[in-house]
Every structure is written in structure tokens, then in C-alpha cells.
Design a protein around this ligand. Structure first.
Ligand code: PGA
Length: 253
């Protein structure tokens, strides 16, 4: 079985100092935890401080976004090489909040995924349907379109990895509506089946992990832990509290 993974997405909630403090708190509580990949994704401005805070631990650093160009006149953008230099190993790509607020498309996600892999960063690719799409019976079509377009021509070689996170948009960020395990299982199976079209089966089986995100809280995920295809969670709100995040991590072990 693939190693479990727990990813904290702190979004735009904290200052750099607060992010470093939270990283410290998680580090202290996670000291004796092994057998799981822990990834903290602070804001861009907190990356350096969090990188320092988790130095010499097993905790990994992730960014919440990236631009696909290496350098140049791209005001406000951050390159994959800069993320790598500050200590990142992971990058969240195609989060629904970026799609909704910043016009991110599957094609842009595709370029970002390719750029991440080129620079040795593992993409955490977010896909998921909106409430309107769900009510319209479009979940399968949306998931498959997002996968097809964002993973087009992406090669995974050697140890390169992709994390695909199913985040139903209607379940994210304080909506309180966590998806039910049965519907998550259905979508994970859809994703798993689809990715065998992209890569040779041994790569699809071992270099891709599947996660769920959307109102993840410790007391709500017990049914999810029984899903064979699920490797972990992308946690927003609950990851802003070290104790709650550690609680989720402990459940994954
Ligand atoms: P949430 O956020 O856990 O607060 O719903 C998850 C996410 O958006 O990644």
C-alpha cells in the first residue's frame, strides 16, 4: 500500500510569524510520528520561516501555487526553482479557490504540473465538482475533463510522483458539508481507472497517491479511513490548529 500523506493548506490565514509558530507546534507534537508524509503549505511569504522551523525533521514543505516559467517579467509570480531553493518538495495545483478567484484553468494546471516535475517538485493536483455540477449529474464528466486536460502529456518517470486530491468544491472551507465516504469512494475509483490511461500500470499504481479534501475534521473521517484507494487528506481549516491536525494524522497511521 502507498504511504499515507497528510497535507496542511493554511491558505491566506496567518502571518509568516504565525505560520512559523504553528509549524513549531506541529513539529513538537509530531516528534514520534513516522510512517506518514506530513506536508505543511504556508503562504509564499511564510515558506522561508516554516522551512527553518522544520529543518532536520521529517516534515516536508509545500507551496500553495506556482508559475510555470523559470524566470522573467512575470510580476507577482513565483517560479518552481525559487520554491525548490526555499526548501519546497510539494506544490498545490489547481485548487478550486484558485480556479474561482484567479481564473486558473486545467490548461494552466497542466503547465504548472509539468514545470513542477521538471524541477523535482511533487504536484498536489486538486480536482472536484461544484454544487451546481453535482446537482446537474455532471460529477463524472467534470472529474474526467479535469484529469484529461491537466494531466495531458505528463510523463512520470523514476520516483516522480503526483498526488491527486478529490476536493468537491461544495465541501470546502467551512461549508461543514463533508462528502460521504461512499461518494468519495465512487470518485476515487473513477480517478484510479482514468489514470491507468495516462501511465503504464506500474507507474499509475505506485507513483500516484489519492487524497481527499473538504471539511476534513478528526471526528468526521472514520468512514474515509476504510477506503482502500484513499492515501490521505488535504486539510484546510483543521490544520490551523496543531492539536486538531495531529489528531487527523494519528487517525491515518
Ligand atoms: P477545508 O479546506 O478543510 O477548510 O475545507 C480544504 C482545502 O480547501 O484544501
Amino acid at each position: 500500500m502507498n504511504k499515507p500523506i497528510a497535507i496542511a493548506n493554511w491558505k491566506m490565514n496567518l502571518s509568516a510569524n504565525e505560520e512559523a509558530d504553528l509549524a513549531d507546534g506541529i513539529k513538537n507534537k509530531a516528534k514520534d510520528i513516522s510512517g506518514i508524509d506530513l506536508v505543511l503549505c504556508p503562504s509564499f511569504i511564510g515558506l522561508s520561516a516554516v522551512s527553518d522551523a522544520i529543518k532536520n525533521t521529517n516534515i516536508k514543505l509545500g507551496a500553495q501555487d506556482v508559475f510555470w516559467q523559470e524566470r522573467g517579467a512575470y510580476t507577482g509570480a513565483i517560479s518552481p526553482a525559487s520554491l525548490k531553493r526555499v526548501g519546497c518538495n510539494y506544490v498545490i495545483i489547481g485548487h478550486s479557490e484558485r480556479r474561482q478567484n484567479f481564473g486558473e484553468t486545467n490548461e494552466m494546471a497542466n503547465k504548472k504540473i509539468a514545470a513542477c516535475l521538471e524541477f523535482g517538485l511533487t504536484p498536489i493536483v486538486c480536482i472536484g465538482e461544484t454544487l451546481a455540477e453535482k446537482q446537474d449529474g455532471q460529477t463524472d464528466n467534470i472529474i474526467l475533463k479535469q484529469l484529461n486536460e491537466s494531466l495531458a502529456n505528463i510523463d512520470l518517470v523514476g520516483q516522480e510522483e503526483i498526488i491527486i486530491t478529490y476536493e468537491p468544491v461544495w465541501a470546502i472551507s467551512g461549508s461543514g458539508h463533508i462528502a460521504n465516504a461512499e461518494s468519495v469512494d465512487y470518485v476515487l475509483k473513477l480517478i484510479k481507472h482514468a489514470i491507468f490511461n495516462f501511465w503504464p500500470s506500474h507507474i499509475a499504481a505506485s507513483n500516484v497517491r489519492l487524497a481527499y479534501g473538504g471539511s476534513v475534521e478528526g471526528d468526521k473521517i472514520d468512514e474515509f479511513l476504510k477506503l482502500d484507494l484513499l492515501n490521505g487528506f488535504l486539510v484546510g481549516g483543521a490544520s490551523l490548529n496543531a492539536e486538531k491536525f495531529i489528531g487527523i494524522i494519528n487517525k491515518c497511521l
